[in-house]
Design a protein around this ligand. Sequence first.
Ligand SMILES: Nc1ncnc2c1ncn2[C@@H]1O[C@H](COP(=O)(O)OP(=O)(O)OP(=O)(O)O)[C@@H](O)[C@H]1O
Ligand SMILES: [Mg+2]
Length: 507
Amino acid sequence: MNGIDKIFFGAYANKGVNFDLAAGEIHALLGENGAGKTTLMNVLSGIYAPDGGTVRVEGREVRFRSPRDAIDRGIGMVHQHFMLIPVLSVWENIILSMRGLPFVTDKRGTAEKIMELSERYSLLVDPEAMVWTLSIGERQRVEILKMLYRGMKVLILDEPTSVLTPREVRVFFAALRKMTEAGHGIVIISHKIEEILSIAGRMTILRKGERVATVDAEGATRETLARMMVGRELKNAEKMGTPRSREAVLSCRGLSVRNDRGARALDDVSFDLREGEILGLAGVAGNAQDELCEALAGLRPIDAGGIILQGKDITGLGPREFIDRGMSYIPADRKGTGLVSTMSVMENAALKSYWKKPAAERKFLINWKYVADMTRRLIAAFDVQTPSPDAPVRNLSGGNMQKLMLARELSGKPSVILAMHPVWGLDVGATEFVRERLLEERARGAGILMISEDLDEMLLLADRIMVISRGRIMGIVEEPKSVSKERIGLMMAGTPMDGIDRAEAAV
Ligand SMILES: Nc1ncnc2c1ncn2[C@@H]1O[C@H](COP(=O)(O)OP(=O)(O)OP(=O)(O)O)[C@@H](O)[C@H]1O
Ligand SMILES: [Mg+2]
């Protein structure tokens, strides 16, 4: 790619960017939220036509008019937000987007070819499974198999690891290495610098739409890369003091909840979230963390048990009542539950307050001037980059969507914050800012339930760590600093804390 320009509403998302990819190479693309990474790759994959510059494939200039043109030249992209059809099976999803789909599909042949590819690259998945039953990690494998099935030589992966657990990342990277050994070229976009240093050969850094440098991974460090991305030094958020209060702000008593398939997901869960603490919820993804948060946010009906917020029993009330009593919810899927992507930034900012004063003057009458001012305050406080408050949210970069959702949920002095992967897709600077904001809320007295699979992040921020496995609480670690990661790992794998104690006592 040579001198690529891409302009949206008069602003450069890419300006004169040069980028090249060799066969068998993993080339990382780094930069702050809104730096233009996704845009550049959207140009390479035929989604956008560039406003300037040229693209060459194997020496020949190409002009892609659609992603199909790019796919015909062997270039495919897996997006930040997946694009699979949940109600279809894996193999149907894989052949669905093929050009010249025959009238009668050869299911057996397709399934065999998928199995063969999935074994060759260690991307294990059952071709017959329905996509909606798959974990995020499995869905990602389907997206990649879709590309390999169609014979892609160049794979572009937009933040593929931000949704994976550390273990899944290792498996995933092993698959990527196999692909490069087979001669594929891979572009990977990521904010996780340590990971990138371990997998990429070269890296290109973008800042405000322009290329800052292209460097070899060898010799690069977290510090030098961060400086190139942000243009300044970074510090780390530091936790100050211990929570003073032991008062519960939120109590959960014998909570049982079903999942979408009607099976019991949460089983008799009881715990207290205290004022001014960050309680980490550790667990392997898919162990009913989502169901717990949805129940606590008032979004999922409960089978048994109760929820007490600031001394009031709110069991069975609707989500608005939860919100009005100070419940804040940062869900894992910002484009589904968290934001409405077809609506404007301003409408999304008002989603949690449009029915009450001062955002509503009377019933059904919204005070748009107030909402506009509030939106501007949120945008400024969280540095959300958007062309205007009226722009639809889908035009924002992934990280800026996340910042908008955080701005809304962390404002208004909530008493409880349910934070699932709060820094998902945020760049290094924004991550630091959000961690500081969470610590400020903690110091103010909010109770924060933080869900993460990243034990290091959890050890950095959490005052206590609660471990969940198959919808049951395995125990609460009161002093995370004094406990080994192995011990937490054992609990995540389903050993209750007192079981470990007994086993140790017996030795
Ligand atoms: N379709 C669009 N319409 C208008 N503006 C857009 C569109 N797509 C991207 N932009 C703007 O272009 C800029 C670059 O966005 P891009 O998505 O490329 O950033 P990014 O580097 O991928 O960031 P992130 O790390 O947050 O995903 C942003 O300011 C964004 O708002
Ligand atoms: Mg992006």
